[in-house]
Design a protein around this ligand. Structure first.
Ligand SMILES: Cc1ncc(COP(=O)(O)O)c(C=O)c1O
Length: 495
């Protein structure tokens, strides 16, 4: 056994792992139970007494760590057992129960606390939890970690950047952003080459609305029913679901009007009534609509109508962008697969390979409506974010993400169609590319299926109503799609 390796997972090394703390006895005990089962219960009790531990969540001392190492040494464990102990302790020095308790104690409950698994590390499309169980990730952290839950190159780039220049305000010239700008242009829709960087999708939507208002010198915005645009004040105001807005008195904004999705007549009616000059939409409605793609005819009509009436279209690609909804190789954004170019686009999620970076992208003409002093951001487009974005975007091109999405989406679709024939509970399959969903009749059935999939080692995405949604990392392989379909089949047998 490598004694120093085990000790390093118990007593943190300030030089190599400044992000850690010392381990607790509660975590040591949990890891032993995870790896060896209850057989070791008596020995652990004796060890705790021997170490004089009365608070299992207190940080262990150097001396206690040495005694734990000797204890492991004396047990004569198989080397695989010791490796598993080290692996799990390395992933977390804090117990699952403590992590959950601390979250419950300190979190403002703006959302449900997900505690079914506590993820500690990821590799490609797989996530490991504190118990050492691996799950197939069909969510990508709300579609953000499309290159996988960890990334060596981004880690190295961020390390280098943090060592040299960790932050720089949005308004100052810097080298990391220059590097990024020299590489990104080829991915953007034609003419959209002016950027305003932000840190979250909601912020990007907020700023896109401000830019559109400044350009059109108007305040009314048409949004769509079942659309979702984020949780900031402006973004949630243009989001459909009332529950997200009512508590904040944002459900009755006089500048926001909701049209029916895929219904050009309803858009025309609202424009006539309000004189609105701004439209915001998702080309593939996600969270609130169960991954519903716009009809190509509707998109054509909408663009034509907007052109004729000098209406600015904001295409929210925060979730659908960076290849997720590609229909052919090179469709980096959903608008490309519809063969249209929006006036303003919001991008995020995949942008930094999981590192937070988002942006508003627009044309020169529209960007000229913004004047110095109209807006500002301390962290927008900071060197760390730009470094992550540069590396992530380079990798997306090198890994041919759009090509992969096209191939995997076809396999996934075919597999789901087969399962639909086998299980009548599957009603409708929706989505585009690797933004896919199906309905199972009721919210209760979705909950049952999510639970069964969890048992089968699959993490689903946030589901809405009767739709269960899947947003796998866009790097997912053919084998992993097959594995997913196999586990889904096994899960459906119990619903
Ligand atoms: C289409 C769309 N826009 C905006 C957002 C908000 O992004 P964020 O959660 O990064 O603020 C989301 C998040 O899911 C989204 O799907």
């Amino acid at each position: 056994m490598s004694k120093s390796k085990l000790k390093d997972t118990i007593i943190y090394n300030r030089t190599t792992h400044p992000e850690r703390t010392n381990a607790t006895f509660e975590r040591i005990e949990e890891v032993f139970f995870n790896v060896l089962g209850d057989n070791i219960k008596k020995e652990m009790k004796a060890l705790q007494t021997q170490l004089g531990i009365s608070s299992p969540r207190a940080l262990l001392t150097e001396k206690q760590a040495e005694r734990i190492v000797s204890f492991v040494d004396n047990q004569g464990f198989d080397p695989n057992v010791i490796d598993a102990l080290i692996d799990q302790l390395h992933a977390s020095e804090i117990s699952t129960a403590e992590a959950i308790d601390i979250h419950k104690q300190y979190k403002i409950p703006v959302s449900h606390l997900e505690q079914d698994i506590v993820p500690v590390k990821g590799h490609g499309c797989w996530i490991m939890d504190t118990k050492g169980n691996w799950y197939l990730d069909m969510d990508s952290n709300y579609s953000a970690t499309n290159l996988g839950m960890s990334n060596e190159e981004i880690a190295q780039g961020l390390y280098n950047q943090a060592k040299t220049l960790i932050s720089m305000k949005e308004d100052r010239v810097q080298i990391a952003r220059t590097r990024f700008l020299k590489e990104i242009s080829s991915m953007m829709p034609e003419g959209l080459h002016y950027f305003y960087w932000q840190n979250s999708g909601g912020e990007a939507v907020d700023k896109a609305i401000k830019i559109a208002k400044a350009y059109t010198k108007s305040k009314d915005v048409i949004s769509f029913k079942q659309g979702f645009h984020g949780r900031t004040h402006g973004a949630v105001a243009v989001t459909w679901e009332e529950d997200y807005k009512k508590p904040f008195s944002l459900d009755n904004e006089d500048w926001v009007h909701f049209a029916n999705f895929n219904d050009i007549k309803s858009v025309k009616r609202l424009v006539k009534k309000t004189g609105a000059k701004i439209i915001i939409l998702e080309l593939v409605q996600g969270e609130e609509a169960g991954n519903r793609a716009a009809d190509p005819a509707f998109v054509n009509d909408l663009w034509q109508f907007a052109k004729e009436n000098n209406i600015v279209i904001i295409d929210d690609e925060v979730q659908a962008g960076f290849g997720r909804t590609a229909l052919k190789k090179g469709d980096w954004f959903a608008c490309m697969s519809y063969d249209v170019v929006p006036d303003i686009m919001t991008i995020g999620k995949s942008f930094g390979g999981g590192y937070p970076v988002t942006a508003v992208v627009t044309t020169k003409q529209i960007s000229d409506a913004m004047k110095p002093g109209y807006d500002g951001s301390t962290f927008g487009g900071n060197p760390m974010a730009m470094t992550a974005a540069l590396i992530a975007n380079r990798q997306m091109k090198e890994k041919d993400i759009t090509g992969n999405v096209v191939a995997r989406a076809q396999e996934l679709r075919e597999g789901l169609e087969n399962l639909k024939n086998k299980y009548p509970i599957i009603e409708e399959i929706t989505g585009r590319g690797l933004m896919i969903a199906f309905s199972v009749g009721s919210k209760e059935n979705v909950e049952k299926l999510v639970e069964q999939l969890h048992k089968q080692g699959v993490k689903t995405s946030l589901s809405t109503g009767k739709y269960i949604r899947f947003l796998p990392p866009t790097i997912i392989s053919k084998g992993e799609v097959t594995e997913f379909l196999k586990r889904l089949d096994a899960s459906l047998q119990h619903v």
